[in-house]
Design a protein around this ligand. Structure first.
Ligand code: PAF
Length: 277
């Protein structure tokens, strides 16, 4: 497996493959949840006759609205490359900031779909975040030339945003493959930020998967939201809501719903989601 650091080298490698690749975009600090995404990317490539699976590892500064969060974000490229190799990736693309955002060049921010600006969820609590995500994802799609990409369901709103962005491009759009959230044995969704949780903060954070489990059992939206609020009483909650699973607007009867939570445990912000029926 190759580790590629710049765009020209990536283009050369891609040209040597027999077909376009499948991309798994990440910010590194990989854990077993990412390994599952990479394995899924490798599987999609085999099954679809694509040219292999590329994992991008890039801590994208433009999607961080908190400079402290960006500075603290773990950078562990050597360990990440080992995880990618173990999960069946063909290459890791780990560009510098200069390679992604060349000085003197403007990297366009694509038109944001409504699901990136209207729900009042991540869009409201992390202003500018989805502009940065769409910018880097569009740039990654352009430089890799990938025709399919794997995203985790853990970042549910991000998944809907990227899907909407690509479906607006019609046939030119990259096919977005969703992969289920991987959880630790105690139910907590795997996240690169979990390493910041003290044992006590982690114990408290388990209220989040418990809240989602209770929401699933609720018969009405208000009842599900009340049950989540009750379960999350010990955390600083930003939102704990049930929404239309695709638009993330208010529930429309007959359409799939999704329960979504953002809450702080100790000094760590966690997000998670689960099905609502
Ligand atoms: O989900 C992430 O890790 C990031 O938002 C992504 C998609 C790699 C873009 O930087």
């Amino acid at each position: 497996m190759e580790v590629i650091r710049d765009v020209a080298e990536l283009a050369k490698w891609t040209a040597s493959r027999r077909a376009p690749t499948v991309l798994v975009p990440t910010m590194g600090a990989l854990h077993a949840g990412h390994a599952a995404l990479v394995a899924r990317g490798a599987e999609e490539s085999r099954a679809g006759g694509w040219g292999g699976c590329v994992v991008s590892v890039f801590v994208n500064p433009t999607q961080f609205n908190d400079p402290g969060d960006l500075a603290r974000y773990p950078r562990t490229l050597e360990a990440d490359a080992a995880i990618c190799a173990g999960a069946g990736a063909d290459a890791v693309f780990a560009p510098s900031e200069e390679a992604m955002y060349p000085r003197g060049e403007t990297v366009a921010v694509p038109a944001l779909p409504k699901v990136a600006t209207e729900p009042g969820l991540e869009d409201a609590f992390r202003p500018g975040h989805f502009a940065g995500v769409c910018q880097v994802v569009a740039r990654l799609f352009a430089v890799t030339g990938s025709r399919a990409a794997v995203f985790g369901e853990k970042d549910w709103q991000q998944l809907q945003v990227v899907r909407a962005m690509e479906s607006a491009r019609g046939p030119a759009g990259v096919r977005i493959v969703a992969h289920a959230t991987v959880r630790d044995a105690d139910g907590l969704a795997m996240s690169s930020r979990n390493r910041f949780l003290s044992p006590e903060a982690r114990r408290m954070a388990l209220a989040i998967p418990r809240a989602l489990a209770r929401a699933r059992g609720g018969s009405a939206v208000e009842e599900a939201e009340r049950a989540m609020a009750e379960e999350l009483a010990g955390l600083r909650v930003e939102y704990a809501v049930v929404r239309d699973a695709e638009t993330l607007g208010p529930m429309v009867s007959g359409r799939p719903g999704r329960a979504l939570v953002a809450a702080w445990s100790g000094g760590t912000r966690l997000i998670d989601n689960g099905p609502w029926t």
